[in-house]
Design a protein around this ligand. Structure first.
Ligand SMILES: Cc1ncc(COP(=O)(O)O)c(C=O)c1O
Length: 355
């Protein structure tokens, strides 16, 4: 097992998710000094600024600040759909798998799932086949939802070209297109494109100010002014109208203007982690895309992934997520608080445990 005592870099290194990122000193200062007002009266200048800047940046007409990605997706779907409508979503999408079925639970909306492919796309043919005919036995198919980057597919980004194809199909068939873009800026960084190109054909899009962009909370939902008016009503019904929300929007403005351009660093660090791990004999690197890395342990590692994750945490203050599945995969996500020194420390800790 190597010499663990030689290990003295004991700062917590939390790779479980980019959701564990916390606000920078600049964000904390901006939050302390934020000019605020009652946002339910549209009176909070900092929220208004965030919404205007986000709309301009993503090329949409209007925006609304929401508490989370989950709330943004639900507000969007409630604003687009009637009870009894159906939406076409990926079977491993965040909307379907990880939002408690809020669309069905609260909106009375039927998710019609189709398979998410290994490259995170939905096949156009599958979308076509999921559209219900105009028949009183069937729900009305209202919308198709994409996810960019795709969480469960391993952080894989969807290209502007692919999104445009789905947008074209949706338009031809009279459907709306919503993009769950919780990490859309990671996708823009991965393709080195203006984020506008990735959402050009969408009727609505959400993105998160937390996660890779490091704000403590908040997401933005964007679309047409009429859609945003309906989404604001949904937000109110969901208890998401926050009064002096400028305290959060102040951090959001820094996230939007200063943090998105450094996401490439997170991707590079994920690449370095994957490369370093692949050089360790008992490690099998399964996938790396944007800021996500998945790996598993070879049989001769002599321990389960749960034991390995526990040891890393106990002995080295390195946190990873056991992701499960047949291979006992382990998931890592890089973010602002994971630097080169942290990568070196993690690789040294893994080597020490396994050799
Ligand atoms: C793709 C995707 N959409 C939506 C969300 C929900 O975001 P929140 O945790 O802010 O509700 C997440 C969270 O991880 C996500 O990965």
């Amino acid at each position: 097992m190597g010499n663990r005592r030689a290990f003295f870099y004991m700062k917590t290194i939390d790779l479980r998710s980019d959701t564990v990122s916390h606000p920078t000193a600049e964000m904390r200062e901006a939050m302390a000094n934020a000019v605020v007002g009652d946002d339910v009266y549209h009176d909070d200048p900092t929220v208004n600024q965030l919404e205007a800047d986000a709309a301009a940046m993503l090329g949409k007409e209007a925006a609304v600040f929401v508490t989370s990605g989950t709330q943004g997706n639900l507000c969007a779907l409630l604003a687009h759909c009637q009870r009894g409508d159906s939406i076409i979503v990926g079977d491993t999408s965040h909307i379907f798998r990880f939002e408690q079925g809020g669309v069905a639970q609260i909106g009375g909306i039927l998710p019609h799932t189709i398979p998410v492919q290994a490259d995170a796309t939905l096949r156009l043919r599958d979308i076509e086949n999921a559209i219900q005919p105009d028949d009183e036995h069937k729900p009305i198919t209202r919308l198709v939802a994409l996810e960019n980057t795709h969480n469960a597919a391993g952080g894989i980004p969807l290209s502007a070209e692919y999104t445009a194809q789905v947008a074209r199909l949706a338009q031809e068939r009279g459907l709306l297109l919503h993009i769950d873009g919780a990490r859309i800026f990671n996708a823009a960084a991965a393709f080195n494109v203006d984020v506008k190109e990735l959402v050009a054909g969408a009727d609505s899009v959400t993105f998160c100010l937390s996660k890779g962009l490091c704000a403590p909370a908040g997401s933005v939902l964007l679309g047409s002014p009429d859609f945003i008016r309906r989404a604001r009503r949904a937000r109110k019904a969901l208890g998401g109208s926050l009064r002096q929300a400028g305290v959060l929007a102040a951090a959001g403005l820094i996230a939007l203007h200063k943090m998105k351009d450094r996401l490439r660093e997170d991707h590079r660090n994920a690449g370095l982690l994957a490369e370093g791990l692949s050089e360790i004999a008992q490690v099998i690197v399964e996938q790396q895309s944007t800021n996500f890395v998945y790996f598993s342990l070879a049989e001769d590692a002599g321990m389960t992934s749960e034991q390995f994750v526990h040891l890393l945490r106990q002995e080295y203050n390195v946190f990873m997520s056991p992701y499960g599945g047949e291979k006992g995969s382990i998931r890592l996500r890089t973010h602002y608080w994971i630097d080169q020194q942290a990568i070196d420390t993690v690789l040294a800790a893994v080597r020490t445990i396994l050799t």
